[in-house]
Design a binder for this molecule. Structure first.
Ligand SMILES: [Zn+2]
Length: 580
């Protein structure tokens, strides 16, 4: 790495095992830094979307379009061999197409050796040089990265805006950089006693290196990405968790931010414990929180976050990005196709984590998430969650769909199958599918096995359509000693219903109308209250009636879904109360 002109060169040896049942005649690599050039697909999309990202588009102009040749990013392979034989390769924007010298048989192995050169772009999105807060090098998406081949074929997506998918491997990385720079990111440092900079064993002294550079040697087993960041002014703290990984914190020596970055450290340990308990054991020995990038972005064993934040926001972004370790890096769903399974599930669990570790103790920590989804559903701009992450018409619709609607997939699943069964589903899903790239059907089948219910309707309507949920308390009327309640399904998407009845004397009881097609019932979510299980409500019937065994003048209020975890797009009509 040349820290003066931001250019770098490298060699890469890649031993590839074809674990598919197919013979491969081509492979693809991602060359992400080529996106930061005028006229790239990323630049053109930026200029053609209605609501461009404010970090990339300033005063009506694409920042990429304005880059000069010494500010652009690039990544160019200069030679490539397969088992020592030269192969043909061709750059198509951010993707390298390689015609193999000889096919790789199913189960076969081959070795690629490549030389490449790159230039770090001015920081525009995620990676780059000299970010807004003065971090010199945020190096994500920086090396030629093999594309994923799986049961669906190749996933050689161009880098247009967002979301990644990758191949697991054991990484062995050597970085040679000016010796004043402190490096943090993915991987275990192999030569801490040569490097120092806070990596050396406590209480030991490190001999000053001769020459201008240091070579940092990292190993990272079973990861599908490798990020690093470097700055001459980083402070570096470590925290060894008792029954967990070592946490590293690298942040600018800026008096404005130091106090919060110190307070962040025990909270990071608490978040690590929370996720390990509620999802599954973190399988690596390290996690690094690194100051850099342009907001917050998850990488293997690490994150890059912007640092000048209030404490709540700093802990919040750490918690979100760390939660990605389980969903984006260990389960590693293809987030370009199923972005909701990554961003949504991550948002769900990090929200629960923040509620706990920041002692917010909210009954419903997802209130804003539901607001975000309702905004989307009523905006006319919603697309099904099954949309490819790059193919949303609006950034707003992508965000609300992936994060809010994706998070509600789980919180609402908890409403359907019960909270305990939901948490059991998440733990089993992680345990059964870690390091396996699960697809939407896998989370559904796991929930079905845990709950005993059939949930295909839920997966389909919620993730593959824009159908909405709208139930209505249509009529409450006097029927002598009893009260007749008529409910109406106004939306296309079906749901089971919990109904709460509150009497004038302060007593309460609940009713439960299961959905016929789910073929099961959840446990009583309000064990302190009497619950009456009503006959199933078959979806096609637009209305459903039941009676309450007390006269109408004794009832104060009736409410559909008192938990408010059902994403009804019009919650106003879920409520009835007596007039006096
Ligand atoms: Zn995220």
């Amino acid at each position: 790495m040349d820290v003066e002109n931001y250019q770098y060169q490298g060699t890469q040896k890649l031993v590839y095992t074809n674990n598919s049942p197919d013979e491969l005649t081509r492979v693809y690599y991602h060359l992400y830094f080529n996106a930061f050039q005028p006229g790239s697909e990323m630049d053109i999309r930026l200029q053609n979307i209605d609501d461009p990202d404010g970090r990339m588009f300033v005063e009506g102009k694409s920042r990429i379009a304005a880059l000069s040749p010494n500010e652009i990013g690039y990544l160019h392979p200069t030679s490539l061999t397969q088992d020592g034989e030269k192969v043909k390769f061709n750059e198509e924007g951010t993707v390298l197409v390689v015609e193999l010298a000889k096919p790789i048989q199913a189960g076969g192995k081959t070795t690629f050796e490549m030389a490449f050169k790159g230039q770090v772009p001015v920081q525009i999105r995620r990676s780059g040089r000299n970010n807004k807060e003065g971090v010199a090098l945020s190096m994500s998406q920086w090396y030629p990265k093999l594309a994923e081949y799986d049961f669906e074929g190749w996933h050689a997506d161009p880098y247009i805006a967002r979301e990644f998918h990758g191949v697991w491997g054991d990484f062995d990385v050597k970085l040679t950089i000016d010796k004043d720079y402190i490096v943090g990111g993915t991987g275990y440092l192999q030569n801490p006693q040569e490097i120092g900079h806070g990596y050396e064993a406590t209480g030991t002294k490190v001999k000053k290196a001769k020459g201008k550079t240091l070579t940092w040697h990292f190993k990272a087993p079973m990861v599908h990405d490798f990020m690093w960041a470097a700055d001459p002014d980083y402070l570096h703290d470590t925290l060894k968790m008792e029954k967990g990984p070592t946490l590293h914190f690298l942040y600018k020596n800026d008096p404005e931010i130091i106090e919060n970055w110190k307070k962040l450290q025990p909270k990071t340990a608490e978040a690590m414990e929370f996720f390990s308990k509620n999802i599954g054991k973190y399988p690596y020995e390290q996690y690094s929180v690194v100051h850099g990038g342009d907001g917050g972005m998850e990488y293997a064993m690490s994150t890059l976050i912007s640092g000048g934040r209030k404490l709540g926001s700093l802990v919040g972004v750490m918690s979100h990005e760390m939660a990605h370790s389980w969903f984006q890096h260990i389960l590693a769903t293809n987030e370009t196709k199923h972005e909701w399974m990554d961003e949504g599930f991550t948002s769900f669990i990090s929200n629960l984590c923040m509620n706990k570790i920041m002692e917010r103790n909210k009954d419903n920590p997802f209130e804003n998430t539901y607001k975000g989804y309702r905004n989307l559903a009523l905006s006319g701009k919603e697309q099904p969650q099954a949309t490819h992450a790059d193919r949303y018409g609006h950034n707003f619709a992508y965000g609300a769909s992936a994060y809010s609607k994706g998070s509600i997939f789980l919180s609402q699943l908890g409403y359907i199958i019960g909270e305990d069964k939901l948490m059991e589903t998440i733990r089993k899903y992680f345990d059964d599918f870690k390091f396996k790239h699960p697809v939407p059907n896998d989370i559904k089948r796991t929930a079905e096995k845990v709950s005993g219910m059939e949930l295909d309707w839920y997966l389909m309507d919620w993730t593959q359509t824009t159908n909405t949920i709208d139930y209505n308390l249509k009529d409450v009327s006097n029927a002598g000693a009893k009260t007749k309640v008529t409910m109406e399904r106004k939306g296309l998407m079906p749901m089971p219903l919990d109904i709460l009845v509150v009497y004038n004397d302060g007593t309460r009881e609940t009713f439960y109308a299961p959905l016929r097609m789910m073929r099961g019932e959840k446990e009583n979510p309000y064990p302190d209250l009497k619950r009456t299980v009503l006959p199933d409500w078959p979806w096609a019937y637009p209305t459903f009636e039941f009676s309450i065994n007390r006269p109408i003048n004794e009832i104060r209020a009736i409410m559909i879904d008192p938990s408010q975890l059902m994403a009804d797009v019009d919650p106003e009509n879920n409520f009835w109360q007596s007039l006096d």
